[in-house]
Design a protein around this ligand. Structure first.
Ligand SMILES: NC(=O)c1ccc[n+]([C@@H]2O[C@H](COP(=O)([O-])OP(=O)(O)OC[C@H]3O[C@@H](n4cnc5c(N)ncnc54)[C@H](O)[C@@H]3O)[C@@H](O)[C@H]2O)c1
Length: 318
């Protein structure tokens, strides 16, 4: 059994990935690292939970030693919209903490590291439709710059030290368990809450802004599948393009209307529109599907139905 450390474990992805890893490998074998936010009862009760700053290399080292960690899922991050508010902190958290994780993995001979990149690693010079795995990458947000820097670092540690580091360029992830952490695709989650609670929503992106997206159960499955793939099948140590669907705010609003007919959506773009305008609309993830068999399950209709079902129960709305 691997002995796993999940950083960023109380975040949108970490809160679900930690539980999925514990289910698979046993609660005691998966250590969750949180920061400021309190963990849910489920996260705290299902295995070891620690709190601390992932930019502190000594602290990370003490955790690895204490729990005999051999695998790290490094999910700590400052997201796109939040990054523009404090670029220095985005660099410190996103790049420095990754460098610490890679150095510790190298120094201590860890077996595997997972680190997420993002569609934000692409930029205005990248083709926006069916964006290929290998193409121009010229992001102009600090978040995107930290992601392309991180990809290059991961690739370097693989080539120079043969560290088994794997990565996915996540699209916007949609989930009902933990609120999103300040990204440009957060609207696609808020819209469900507002539709159920108030039957009205104002999207901060224009109605025709198409972006690549994925439902969280697909993202969790894809992440674990990638990490379980034999090493010889992994053909890129930068980061794999990884997608399920693309839609616009108008398309998701129309899908929700099929379930809540009196739902009204308005579109009033704010500063996040400028970020979205530099990102791909659709992604070509053929290499992930070919190399390690990536397949998604949820399309827009199936995801919308499942989100509404779970949120109705969570918010106690009939
Ligand atoms: N959610 C998405 O749609 C999406 C899309 C693309 C990439 N990603 C990437 O996936 C990773 C996880 O994203 P998420 O959506 O779960 O983000 P999130 O904001 O919900 O969680 C990130 C976590 O990092 C923690 N953190 C921040 N600074 C820290 C520090 N100094 N020390 C320790 N912990 C710290 C925060 O407490 C937070 O819980 C990030 O690298 C993000 O860039 C997410």
């Amino acid at each position: 059994m691997p002995k796993i450390l999940v950083t960023g474990a109380t975040g949108q992805i970490g809160s679900e990935l930690t539980l999925a890893l514990r289910e698979k490998y046993g609660g005691d074998n998966v250590v969750a690292l949180g920061h400021k936010k309190e963990p849910t009862k489920e996260l705290k009760d299902s295995g070891p939970f620690e709190k601390g700053d992932a930019t502190d290399k000594n602290f990370l080292e003490s955790l690895i030693d204490q729990y005999q960690i051999d695998t790290i899922y490094h999910l700590v991050g400052i997201l796109s919209a939040a990054g523009e508010e404090n670029p220095d902190n985005a660099w410190l958290v996103n790049v420095n903490s990754l460098k610490h994780v890679l150095d510790l993995a190298k120094e201590k001979g860890l077996k595997q590291v997972f680190w997420p990149s993002s569609i934000a690693a692409f930029g205005l010079g990248s083709p926006r439709d069916n964006t290929p795995q290998a193409t121009i990458m010229d992001p102009n947000t600090i978040y995107g710059i930290t992601k392309i820097s991180g990809e290059l670092l991961c690739n370097y540690y693989y080539n120079k030290y043969r560290l088994d580091v794997r990565s996915l360029r996540y699209p916007g992830l949609i989930s009902y368990v933990t609120p999103p952490g300040g990204g440009t695709t957060d609207y696609a989650i808020d819209i469900f809450y507002q539709a159920l609670e108030h039957k009205t929503y104002t999207s901060f992106l224009r109605e025709d802004t198409m972006l690549p997206m994925m439902y969280m159960p697909d993202a969790i499955k894809g992440t674990i599948d990638l990490m379980e793939t034999p090493n010889s099948k992994i053909r890129t140590r930068l980061s794999y393009n990884f997608t399920a669907l693309s839609f616009t705010p108008k398309e998701i609003a129309d899908e929700i209307k099929k379930h809540i007919p009196d739902f009204v959506c308005q579109f009033v773009p704010d500063r996040r529109q400028n970020i979205a305008d530099t990102w791909p609309r659709t992604i070509d993830d053929t290499p992930a599907r070919r190399d390690w068999g990536w397949q998604h399950e949820y399309d827009l209709a199936k995801m919308t139905e499942d989100m509404l079902k779970h949120l109705r129960a969570k918010l106690k709305i009939k």
